[in-house]
Design a protein around this ligand. Sequence first.
Ligand code: SAM
Length: 341
Amino acid sequence: MAASGLRLPPLPTIREIIKLFKLQAVKQLSQNFLLDLRLTDKIVRKAGNLTNAYVYEVGPGPGGITRSILSANVAELLVVEKDTRFIPGLQMLSDAAPGKLKIVHGDVLTFKIEKSFPESLKRPWQDDPPNVHIIGNLPFSVSTPLIIQWLENISNRNGPFAYGRTQMTLTFQKEVAERLVATTGSKQRSRLSVMAQYLCSVKHIFTIPGKAFVPKPKVDVGVVHFMPLIQPKIEQPFKLVEKVVQNAFQFRRKYCHRGLSMLFPEARRLESTARLLQLADIDPTLRPTQLSILHFRSLCDIYRKMCDEDPQLFGYNFREELKQKKDKSQAKEKEGSYGLE
Ligand code: SAM
């Protein structure tokens, strides 16, 4: 059953559209299609109330989710699809819903949605979310970098979040969906959990078995809903939070001081790490997975102070230091061997 609202005129089924336009999935591009309209309706229902909404669908492919969105009484649906083969099928949907569907042949990683919907939709950050939604079932290789990009946009309140706290309903490999919502102390707790949860309320709303897709992927798929928080739980620049979190999880099975110590140059690693942990009031023997968002908040605040005291610190990268050391010792070895000749 369609979600509600606009009744599309009789159209070929998605399976027929795939046949009609010869839209075989390209395996290398991880194209797995959802043909069951009950499932696409469910994704759209879970995205929230779409009445009069402006919806941005990423990677519509043959248009299953697209149909469900159009049936939900939206004001406008803008789709961005990279593969030209899908454009004629989408055009057929556009003809069936005059004035509702805008099709862009482009790449979601570079497309600027903030210029596409009316300015009047913009809401102050503290207000209720704007009537703008992002929905999509993308290849997993695109959805993970894209969510990182969008989390940074949330932190900076730009990109799709220039409209305010735009909600997103996206699919991920189930394992990634579990990481996105993993709580402190759980096995799946990871960088992604902290980065998503300090900026958003994140819900893994349901799982779609792999067998529901054509062709069937090797894994099940998690549908995840993101609502940006009015007040981020960590109030530091995204890149700084990313650096602290990335270092903390560097050695996920070791005590957290081990990974965090890599934030500091070798010559003063021990004392700086001790200072960071002491001022942040964190037990150095906690594992990275046991650190809560509040722990990360303290770590980021203290690390920020340390960076303000020493402007070189933020640019420090332990891999570069290692590489320089290696290059130096190789040069020395060479010198030595020439000396023997
Ligand atoms: N949403 C459709 C569905 O659920 O049946 C198609 C899903 S398929 C997993 C992913 C779709 O995203 C494909 O149509 C693919 O061509 C498109 N796509 C992949 N990378 C993209 C990108 N960077 N920008 C826009 N579309 C992309």
